[in-house]
Design a protein around this ligand. Structure first.
Ligand code: UDP
Length: 251
C-alpha cells in the first residue's frame, strides 16, 4: 500500500508525505486493515543528504509506504518549493502515538534496537503509560547481516503488528527493507518503522529538547549542544540548505 491518497513532495528526489500525526495513525490503521507489510520512515535532512550518495537508501525511501516529515529543514525545503507541508512529525512522537493506538486496538508491538536494556526500559515505560499495551518483544541485536536470521525468527514468533527499529539511519531503514518481507504472515498486517533515537528518548537515556525549543524549530540545535559529537553528521544540514537553494537556481 502506498500513501497515494496523501500529497507527496519530492525533496532532492526523496518523497515526503504531507501528514499530521493523526493522519499518520489513520494511515497505519488502513495499512493494518489491508494486511501485508508496510514500511514507514521518518525523513529529515540527514536522510535526504545520505540518500544523494547511497543509491540503496534512496531506493528504499522511494518505496516506503509512508515518509513523515521529521525535521524543520524538510518543512523549510518544501515551503521553498511552494508546496508547504502542514506539520513536522517527529519519529518519537509518532511512535508514542502509535503505541497509544496499539493499546486501544490490541495491536502487538515489538521494539528492536538501541543499546542492550534500552528497548526493554522504553517498553516498560510505555506500558506504564498505556497499561493495555501488548509488547510482544524487545531485543537490542544489531543490523549486522550475521544476526538477521536469529532476529527474524524471534520477531516472526512474536508476530507483532508494529515493529519499531532503532538502529539509526540508514541502517534501520535498509534492515527493514530487506527483512520486512520475511516477517510477513498471511493472516496479519505488519508495519515496520525506523525510529532512530526514539527508544533512548522514551527510556530517558537521552533528554529531548523542551517543548518551546521544539516549537521554534531548534530541536536539532539542542541535540547538537547535548551531543557535540553529532556535529559531523549535522554538517549535512548545511549541505542540505546549499543543495536546495542550488536546485532553485537551476529551475
Ligand atoms: N544503534 C544500535 N545499533 C547500531 C547503531 C545504532 O542499536 O549498530 C542505536 C543507538 O543506540 C540509538 C539509535 O540506534 O538508540 C540511533 O540513534 P541516533 O541518535 O543515531 O539516531 P537518529 O535519531 O539520529 O536517526
Amino acid at each position: 500500500m502506498s500513501a497515494t491518497a496523501l500529497r507527496r513532495v519530492f525533496i532532492l528526489g526523496v518523497p515526503v508525505d504531507d501528514v499530521t500525526e493523526e493522519e499518520a495513525c489513520t494511515f497505519a490503521e488502513r495499512c493494518l486493515a489491508n494486511g501485508g507489510v508496510h514500511q514507514f520512515a521518518t525523513v529529515n535532512p540527514e536522510f535526504i543528504m545520505a540518500a544523494q550518495h547511497n543509491a540503496a537508501f534512496m531506493h528504499v525511501l522511494q518505496h516506503t509506504a509512508l515518509n513523515v516529515p521529521d525535521g524543520i529543514g524538510v518543512l523549510w525545503a518544501a515551503r521553498r518549493k511552494g508546496a508547504p507541508l502542514r506539520a513536522r512529525v517527529a519519529g518519537v512522537d509518532l511512535m508514542v502515538r502509535l503505541c497509544a493506538l496499539a493499546a486501544q486496538r490490541g495491536w502487538r508491538v515489538f521494539l528492536l534496537g538501541a543499546q542492550p536494556g534500552v528497548a526493554a526500559r522504553a517498553a516498560a515505560l510505555l506500558r506504564e503509560r498505556y497499561p493495555s499495551l501488548r509488547v510482544c518483544g524487545t531485543f537490542a541485536g544489531s543490523p549486522r547481516p550475521e544476526e538477521a536470521t536469529e532476529i527474524v525468527q524471534y520477531i516472526r514468533a512474536a508476530a507483532p503488528h508494529l515493529l519499531f527499529v532503532a538502529y539509526g539511519a540508514p541502517a534501520q531503514d535498509l534492515w527493514l527493507a530487506t527483512y520486512l518481507p520475511l516477517l510477513q504472515t498471511p493472516e496479519q498486517g505488519l508495519i515496520g518503522m525506523g525510529v532512530g533515537g526514539a527508544f533512548d528518548f522514551i527510556a530517558g537515556v537521552q533528554r529531548r529538547a523542551p517543548k518551546w525549543v521544539q516549537r521554534i524549530g531548534l530541536e536539532w540545535f539542542y541535540r547538537l549542544v547535548r551531543q557535540p559529537w553529532r556535529w559531523r553528521r549535522q554538517r549535512a544540514l548545511v549541505h542540505f540548505v546549499w543543495r536546495v537553494l542550488r536546485e532553485e537556481v537551476k529551475l
